[in-house]
Design a protein around this ligand. Structure first.
Ligand SMILES: *Cc1c(COP(=O)(O)O)cnc(C)c1O
Length: 354
């Protein structure tokens, strides 16, 4: 039987679950942006896509997207850029690149679960260092683990998911300074925070900055990028599939970068809504919202299970973090939506709090 030949550790895994919802539900579980381009721009995009030569392989050397990313996000000259089919794909290939026999990966917990998954997939031992109870970084513990385990790879999400908290910049710098291996600063939510390591990408050699268009309105494009030292990026380039990026995504992404004024308006709206939602949650009986630098807020409630169910009964899907890690006890993660969507969430939560 062919199944018997499949790696037993993979057979024991579970597939990543993606919720499928009827159209009238509010989907606030996956940090998707609730806004799209206005119709006139959609038509322009359609025309650009129609002109794209889908009969040709996408030649990465021909793509003007890396240069556009460099211009738009001020990626420094010293950094080389790699494109990924979502930053998920880059996380996968960076992990593969460092998965020598005996190599270890260090992650913070709770953080993005995909890091550990890739460690498992490529046979790396994964060292998890718990965050403090306010979801800040436990620097002495991280430095101790770096010294003890000498990890080949460290993943830091900055700001962190699923907590929304951004670690202190000086602490991230201390980890980079202490590490011999590569430190990946994953800035999936960088557009919503006040800080970034992108300007340092490429120097020092052991810093790689990971970004994505997913959380700023283009999750469907699957467009992630990495900026890092040329020495490292040249090795990564050897193992990325030659045609990993499809030409429709490349065209659409470049179109998006040419309309950053619209994208930035959406980001600003979501940041304003984040602050409004945060204040409202803070005032709610028994709720503790954690200060977020991302486009979601993680909140601890007296009874997350019942609040989740009440939201569900009102056709609102959020992420139930409760049960996934002891530090996330009674926590829900709320993606920031439109003002009306956020009001709907607040009104259900207020009912269940009273
Ligand atoms: C969403 C997310 C990603 C994945 O983004 P894609 O580019 O859509 O693959 C990576 N890292 C973190 C921390 C995320 O939350």
């Amino acid at each position: 039987m062919p199944l018997d030949f499949i790696r037993p550790d993979i057979r024991a895994m579970h597939a990543y679950h993606v919720a499928r919802l009827p159209a009238d539900w509010l989907k606030l579980d996956a940090m998707e942006v609730p806004y799209t381009f206005p119709p006139a721009l959609q038509n322009e995009l359609a025309a650009a896509l129609a002109r794209t030569e889908i009969n040709r392989y996408p030649n990465p050397a021909d793509s003007t997207l890396p240069a556009a990313l460099r211009r738009t996000f001020a990626i420094p000259e010293q950094a080389h850029i790699a494109l990924g089919n979502g930053s998920d794909e880059l996380i996968q290939f960076i992990s593969l690149l460092f998965a020598r026999a005996g190599a270890k990966m260090l992650v913070l917990e709770p953080s993005f679960v995909i890091y550990r998954r890739n460690a498992e997939l490529f046979g790396m031992e994964c060292i998890g260092v718990p965050l403090k109870s306010d979801f800040s970084l436990d620097l002495p513990a991280v430095l101790e683990a770096v010294k003890t385990h000498q990890p080949a790879l460290i993943f830091l999400a900055y700001p962190n998911n699923p907590t929304g908290v951004a670690f202190a910049r000086a602490e991230v710098e201390a980890v980079i300074a202490a590490a011999q291996g590569l430190v990946v600063v994953d800035e999936a939510y960088g557009a919503f925070s006040g800080d970034s390591f992108l300007a340092q990408a490429g120097t020092p050699e052991n810093l790689l900055v990971l970004r994505t268009l997913s959380k700023i309105g283009f999750a469907g494009l699957r467009l992630g990028y990495a900026a890092g030292a040329p020495t490292i990026m040249q090795e990564l380039a050897k193992i990325l599939p030659p045609y990993n990026m499809n030409c429709l995504s490349l065209t659409a992404a470049e179109f998006a970068l040419n309309h950053m004024d619209v994208v930035n308006q959406h980001i600003d709206l979501l940041k304003q809504e984040r602050e409004r939602l945060f204040s409202a949650l803070q005032e709610m009986n028994g709720a503790t919202a954690f200060p977020s630098q991302a486009n979601f807020i993680t909140v601890r409630l007296p009874d997350a299970e019942s609040a989740y169910q009440k939201l569900w009964d009102n056709k609102i899907l959020v992420k139930k973090l409760h049960g996934s890690h002891p530090l996330l006890d009674n926590c829900l993660r709320l993606t920031i939506g439109t003002p009306e969507q956020n009001d709907a969430v607040l009104s259900v939560l207020a009912q269940s709090a009273s």
